[in-house]
Design a protein around this ligand. Sequence first.
Ligand SMILES: Cc1cc2nc3c(=O)[nH]c(=O)nc-3n(C[C@H](O)[C@H](O)[C@H](O)COP(=O)(O)OP(=O)(O)OC[C@H]3O[C@@H](n4cnc5c(N)ncnc54)[C@H](O)[C@@H]3O)c2cc1C
Ligand code: SF4
Ligand code: SF4
Length: 404
Amino acid sequence: MTPSPALTRVARGDTCSGCGLCASLGGDAVELATVAPGYIRPRQVATLAPDTEAAIAVTCPGLIVDNCGDAPHDDPLWGRWRITATGHATDAGLRHHASSGGVLSAILDHALASGLVDRVVQTGSDPTRPLANATVVSRSAAEVFAAAGSRYAGSSPLADIVAQLDAPGCLAFVGKPCDVNALRALARIDPRVDAKVPLMLAFFCAGVPSGDGARRILAAIDAPEDQVTAFRYRGDGWPGQATATLADGSTRGMSYHDSWGQILAKEIQFRCKICPDAIGGAADIACADAWYGDAKGYPDFTEQAGRSLVMVRTARGEDIYRAALAAGTIAVEPLDPAAIVRMQPSQVRRKRELIARLAAVAATGRPVPRYSGVRLAAAARQAPLRQHLRSFAGLVRRIVQRRA
Ligand SMILES: Cc1cc2nc3c(=O)[nH]c(=O)nc-3n(C[C@H](O)[C@H](O)[C@H](O)COP(=O)(O)OP(=O)(O)OC[C@H]3O[C@@H](n4cnc5c(N)ncnc54)[C@H](O)[C@@H]3O)c2cc1C
Ligand code: SF4
Ligand code: SF4
């Protein structure tokens, strides 16, 4: 077998996000596997055809992110946008069950009900491994409801995208920003993407934690993994709890503050530390938590009615957003984009420091992915030199320590 140069470069840089696109493009030659400490990675099992190799080289988000597009506004931190708002699903049950305000699911419901698409490719719980994720194809509001909620574990929603494009009908796609980057890149070489995927949604993304992270939550709440029949990372409230349901029907939970802040955030994969587009800049609509800031400027994780931050980025996104609003599926309030800095302080820091982090990757001899259309220099100018130096030194130290 001849090793794929593209996949070899991704592995050398540890820049795989687990999106699954290479497995779909590669057919039988590329499998997906879970590797320690619980990330999804491709495994090449046969030589790739030259056209497959070329397709992976121009679409894999571990190698390239190229966000283009036009919109009336283009912010170095928040990307291109046409409308910014806060809002929620008007269905109170969905708003409660979903991750923040349920806007992503409500827009998907509208896309199905209006006939824009006949199915949604999204991510839900794996029925056989409750901590893990599975790609699901939803065709009804009930199925969209079942898949609502953030799942802080590896997901590969593009692993079957070629089969989805081969099938009749149109689909909406929901994924991590890197998944949408990859799908947009695929659209440049496969015209079926634009014809058959009229709606791409993403959420703001702080990164994918390892499976070991979820197991540490189980250990902390005294929930033996072999007795866990269901696991929700959050939802059922805003932010809701990480909740394990055991075989005897009992539940054990941990607050979002502790599950994300104390455990999962420390377990994210390397690609996420150098992510140029964690705000879903390539999506038609991106949603996030519209956290209220506390007195010190930190997000307030006190339980309250769910509220989503909504960034409408494309003309297609604006059409479905306005239609969902007119149909009463979502309710929104206008938002001054200057307020997003207070809602998403960690995204601000990451974007401003990214050039320094990429410099650290280059300094340690690792391959650096190619990023364009993401305004890294403009974001970097918003931070003082000492912050860049600290970020550079911190990442160099971590890479060297890991290597040792
Ligand atoms: C890995 C991860 C990191 C996140 N980081 C941030 C962050 O930095 N800032 C922030 O504000 N919010 C973050 N979120 C949460 C995100 O804010 C909310 O999902 C978003 O506010 C949308 O809320 P909603 O109620 O509209 O979504 P919902 O209506 O609950 O819909 C969520 C959608 O996301 C899909 N989904 C869930 N988990 C995954 C997954 N692992 N991979 C692909 N698709 C998935 C579901 O299928 C569903 O369609 C993150 C979520 C995840 C899964
Ligand atoms: S980022 Fe996606 S396309 Fe690239 S190697 Fe990983 S799974 Fe494959
Ligand atoms: S942080 Fe970036 S690379 Fe990591 S999962 Fe989220 S979008 Fe993908």
